[in-house]
Write a protein that binds this ligand. Structure first.
Ligand code: CP
Length: 314
């Protein structure tokens, strides 16, 4: 466990984290991986603490892994269901959060379609706020679990070429990864059709590339993104067939990356649109390792925000 101190009250984005903060989260997550390999997968680090999962958008991975993470830390967890809540009766987000806060939770994990909603909560809430995805803006725990997976497989988080392919425009996963790898000093190539990869992204320190072959060439990491139908992404290119022909990861395209390269995807994947099935299930694919690492990273985040240092590994 690192002797350095994590000094954040919330996890709003990768933007707010220093390189030290990122390294502390990853070191702490490494320690929690061992807990998940035990027969009894529980430590008392958050005993007596309450975590609220406040999800206003669909989720399989993030919501369930925050739930498992909180339970493995012995926290009490409430899963708030927005579809049966009083929001349906006209209650505002602020009143909903104030109502939940009146029950004295310690951490609120929020996913919301509005960019900046976790930041808004910090203006009036007493709990630590964790961003589980806000609109097109950030998805910090996804970028952190991606970083942990890269570090495990490639033994470093520095000196890498990271190729991110697909719907960058609508992707909070892309934004958080760009910010993280920019902080780590890595080379970032963004690949996709011009309508989904505006040159605006070059201001974030990434290179924009419209040809998948040159973008993927010599990459250490190829990160595919989902075509976000719910955000209208299909209107940004002529047809799925054309998109697949130009940007899907096939064996032939992946062979242009380094021999040691890994293939990532935050999920959910659209097989044979973004990734050929044989590549998604290949040795180079780390998609399920990303999911597994999500638990350790989210345990680390919850613990660093509200845990008791000396209790962690007992
Ligand atoms: N990667 C990710 O955020 O997946 P979910 O939408 O299933 O949580």
């Amino acid at each position: 466990m690192s002797a350095r101190r994590f000094r954040q009250d919330h996890l709003l984005g990768i933007e707010q984290l220093s390189v030290d903060d990122i390294e502390i989260i990853l070191e702490t997550a490494e320690a929690f991986i061992e807990v998940s390999s035990r027969d009894v997968k529980k430590v008392p680090a958050l005993k007596g603490k309450t975590v609220v999962n406040l999800f206003f958008e669909n989720s399989t991975r993030t919501r369930s892994s925050f739930e498992i993470a909180a339970k493995r830390l012995s926290a009490d967890l409430i899963n708030f269901n927005s579809s049966i809540s009083s929001l349906k009766k006209g209650e505002t987000l602020k009143d909903t959060v104030l109502t939940l806060e009146a029950m004295n939770p310690h951490i609120i994990v929020i996913r919301h379609s509005a960019s900046g909603s976790p930041h808004y909560l910090t203006t009036f809430a007493r709990s630590s706020i964790v961003n589980a995805g806000d609109g097109f803006h950030e998805h910090p725990t996804q970028a952190l679990l991606d970083a942990l997976t890269i570090q495990q497989r490639l033994k470093t988080l520095r000196g890498l070429k990271i190729a991110i392919v697909g719907d960058i425009l609508h992707s909070r996963v892309a934004r958080s990864n760009i910010i993280l790898h920019q902080k780590m000093g890595n080379e970032i190539a963004l690949i996709g059709p011009p309508s989904l990869v505006p040159t605006e992204f070059e201001k974030m320190g990434a290179k924009v590339c419209y040809d998948i072959r040159s973008g993927v060439k010599n990459a250490d990491v190829v990160m595919m993104l989902r075509v976000q139908e719910e955000r209208g992404a299909k209107n940004y290119f002529p047809s799925i067939r054309e998109y697949r022909n130009r940007f899907a990861i096939s064996r032939e395209i992946f062979a242009l990356a380094k021999k040691s390269a890994i293939l990532m995807h935050p999920g959910p994947i659209n097989r044979d649109v973004e990734i050929e099935t044989s590549m998604a299930d290949s040795e180079q694919s780390v998609i399920l390792q990303q999911v597994t690492n999500g638990i350790a990273v989210r345990m680390a985040v919850l613990y660093l925000l509200k845990g008791e240092i000396h209790e962690t590994l007992n």
